[in-house]
Design a binder for this molecule. Structure first.
Ligand SMILES: C[S@@+](CC[C@H](N)C(=O)[O-])C[C@H]1O[C@@H](n2cnc3c(N)ncnc32)[C@H](O)[C@@H]1O
Length: 349
């Protein structure tokens, strides 16, 4: 079984996906206590260090795992979006916020066969992204690719665009494909998964025994706005008296603050850290006059229906929005596994 280390582990979406792809996650690092408690509720077999990563000694993590240098298969780092804000600046190497550099410490200590990073696509256009590539190449990861992917191409009912950077220790010819989708098994690359199907799994909210199947109480205005929008509709369907204050401030044609109703067919919008708050996204339920519930949001992230969360409503909402969609991580895990296989064969030849 392949082994993995999950940095910036959150509530464990990445770990769930890797486990589903057949990896054994040996340890995780996460600084937020609620997220750690959620992680542990679902993955009790994985040791989680509840610390800011800069306080975690990479060797002190490797030694108890009894892993020799080079024997770990994968380090995955789902960096918070702000991680790139200091990368490449003059003071980046000394900045306490340089989470890329922190990840590098672990890469150098463990020398895993592969490393994957996840972030938002915009970073690929940032010249500082090249620093990451250079740092990887300097430590022997000659096959480095950045993939701009949409989660719905990997069986997730959500239009979530992400940048995946993968680095593999291989010879000069590499093993990573140009298009990640070409090496994902067909069973995972379901096209056009429907948001409605995922939402329906939660069942009726009335009388539910699922403590996560609860939504923000809709105000009379939310109900009125929801009634005024058809599924798939957005704030342009609203008559002016129902506009949010910030809608009124937006003058520029084409610019719009998000507000909208999920369509049953096709993908839901990206789940964010406010994924159940109608005034912060297009997350009104397709057929009911309320925002989606925490469970419905978790299902759109393809987390298992029994997945547990710990914390206040707002904390759980953030943990769900932060999660990597499980089906997507599973597909990525499979793809990396296949590439590692061919890289090893290439090295043996
Ligand atoms: C995008 S989320 C990762 C989500 C996770 N992979 C999942 O699928 O649930 C980034 C996580 O990094 C954590 N984080 C941010 N800065 C950190 C630091 N300095 N040390 C450790 N964890 C940190 C955040 O609390 C957050 O849970």
């Amino acid at each position: 079984m392949l082994t993995a280390l999950d940095l910036f582990a959150g509530a464990g979406g990445t770990t769930q996906g890797l486990k589903d792809a057949g990896y054994r996650v040996l340890a995780a690092v996460e600084k937020r206590s609620d997220a750690v408690r959620s992680f542990t509720a679902n993955h009790p077999e994985v040791g989680v260090l509840e610390q800011a990563i800069r306080h975690v000694e990479s060797r002190a993590l490797r030694t108890p795992l009894e892993l020799s240098v080079g024997s770990l298969d994968l380090i995955t780092a789902c960096l918070p979006v702000q991680s790139f804000s200091t990368l490449g600046r003059k003071d980046a190497s000394t900045s306490r916020n340089d989470l890329i550099a922190e990840t590098e410490r672990f890469a150098r200590e463990f020398l895993p066969a592969a490393i994957t990073f996840e972030n938002v696509p915009g970073v690929a256009r940032d010249p500082r992204f090249e620093c990451l590539r250079t740092r990887r190449e300097q430590t022997g990861y000659h096959d480095f690719r950045a993939y701009d992917v949409v989660a719905s191409d990997f069986g997730v009912p959500q239009r979530r665009r992400r940048l995946i950077a993968s680095a593999l220790q291989v010879g000069p010819h590499g093993a990573l494909p140009d298009d990640l989708g070409t090496i994902v098994p067909d069973s995972l690359a379901v096209t056009q998964p429907d948001a409605g199907e995922a939402i329906d799994l939660a069942g009726p909210i009335e009388g539910t025994s699922d403590s996560l199947h609860r939504a923000r109480r809709p105000t009379p205005l939310v109900v009125e706005r929801s009634r005024a929008m058809l599924p798939g509709g957005n704030r342009f369907d609203l008559p002016p008296h129902l506009w949010l204050a910030r809608h009124k401030r937006i003058k520029r044609k084409g610019a719009w603050a998000p507000y909208g109703r999920i369509r049953r067919r096709g993908s839901a919008p990206t789940m964010t850290t406010k994924c159940t708050t109608p005034s912060c996204g297009r997350v009104v339920h397709p057929t009911e006059y309320r925002g989606i519930s925490l469970r419905e949001a978790a299902l759109l992230q393809t987390l298992p229906q029994s997945y547990r969360f710990v914390g206040s409503y707002g904390s759980i909402e953030r943990q769900i929005g932060n999660a990597v969609p499980v089906r997507f991580e599973k597909a990525l895990g499979f793809a990396v596994k296949r590439c590692m296989g061919s890289a090893r064969e290439g090295r043996a030849a």
